[in-house]
Design a protein around this ligand. Structure first.
Ligand SMILES: Cc1cc2nc3c(=O)[nH]c(=O)nc-3n(C[C@H](O)[C@H](O)[C@H](O)COP(=O)(O)OP(=O)(O)OC[C@H]3O[C@@H](n4cnc5c(N)ncnc54)[C@H](O)[C@@H]3O)c2cc1C
Length: 286
């Protein structure tokens, strides 16, 4: 797995915030969609990639800048010879320091969520193409996302049904969020993904936390186990690809679900190792 320090930050580009919209309702964790205009007409990016954001360090000592990655959350907008625009989804993060017990605000996510229209930022990339759509349109795709992990899948699903068309394989999207209100791109306000519900090959399943205010885990494992037969059949096929994205909590939820579905930890570890070796299990976990 690539480390952040390995990414090229030599090539830096100026970008402006064209738009910043809060997608999650007030009273829930803040998730914003930012549209960035990049000051380079030839900056090309694809769905499945991410871009980097550089934020100046605050302290006298320590990093002079911080580099963070954000998934491309929509189809690249074809703008002719004009500057390209990229959409990203950012969750305002905070975390509790293990030693002091104090709450710290995440550096880049807070910086981005605080930017206003017209503000300038510095970006890098684009990086990687971890989620590469197979050429064979009869391939099955199992997309599993938690929280902001929906960003790359929104772009991929749009790409499959808008640009590629005639997808023959099954596309199954499992998306977990703490509450129905936090289901980005799948709630009443932002229903981007529901546009594809009429596609014969597409099905989306949502998983929520049973008691979001108690921080109960999101029942993603349960949602998967409910469709165990279909998922196991998909995994048997040699042209099924599994893409996973989101916060590191997703790893335990998936281990739990697949151990239950396959019957033992050993079977799951072997199966996952096989899928990863064949590049048919790809994950972006942060
Ligand atoms: C390939 C890749 C793609 C990514 N795509 C996205 C994306 O589309 N949207 C996005 O918001 N983030 C995405 N991230 C995570 C992002 O790069 C940052 O790690 C995140 O914004 C936190 O950075 P920060 O500087 O604010 O926090 P830091 O100051 O680095 O603090 C990190 C703390 O925030 C927690 N944290 C990080 N991300 C999340 C999250 N999404 N939910 C809950 N807690 C979190 C960490 O566990 C840690 O405790 C991606 C990461 C990678 C490697």
């Amino acid at each position: 797995m690539a480390r952040l320090a390995d990414y090229d930050v030599e090539h830096q580009y100026k970008a402006w915030v064209k738009k910043s919209d809060r997608l999650s309702p007030e009273g829930t964790e803040e998730v914003r969609e930012l549209v960035l205009e990049i000051d380079r007409p030839d900056f090309e990016f694809k769905v499945g990639q991410s871009i980097g954001v550089l934020v100046k360090g605050q302290q006298e000592f320590g990093n002079s800048f911080h580099h963070r990655l954000y998934s491309v959350a929509d189809l690249p907008k074809k703008n002719g010879k004009k500057n390209p625009q990229v959409k990203i989804l950012v969750k305002r993060c905070s975390y509790i320091d293990d030693y002091s017990g104090e709450i710290y605000n995440g550096i880049a996510s807070n910086f981005l969520c605080d930017r206003k229209e017209g503000d300038e930022i510095t970006i890098t990339g684009p990086f990687g193409l971890p989620f590469t759509i197979p050429e064979d349109k009869s391939s099955d795709l199992l997309l599993i996302g938690l929280g902001t992990g929906i960003a790359p899948f929104r772009a991929l699903v749009k790409h499959i049904y808008t640009d590629l068309k005639d997808w023959k394989g099954k596309v199954r999207l499992f998306y977990g969020a703490r509450s129905g209100l936090e289901l980005i791109y799948m709630n009443d306000k932002n229903n981007d993904l529901t546009n594809y519900y009429d596609e014969d090959t597409f099905k989306a399943f949502q998983a929520l936390s049973p008691r979001p205010h108690w921080s109960d885990p999101i029942a993603l494992d349960y949602a998967l186990e409910q469709r165990s037969e279909e998922i196991l059949n998909m995994l048997e096929k040699s042209n099924t690809h599994v893409f996973v994205a989101g916060h590191e909590k997703i790893r335990d939820l998936l281990d739990k679900a697949f151990i239950n579905m396959l019957g033992s930890k050993e079977k799951w570890e072997n199966r996952k190792a096989e899928l990863m070796a064949g590049k048919r299990w790809v994950e972006i976990i942060y």
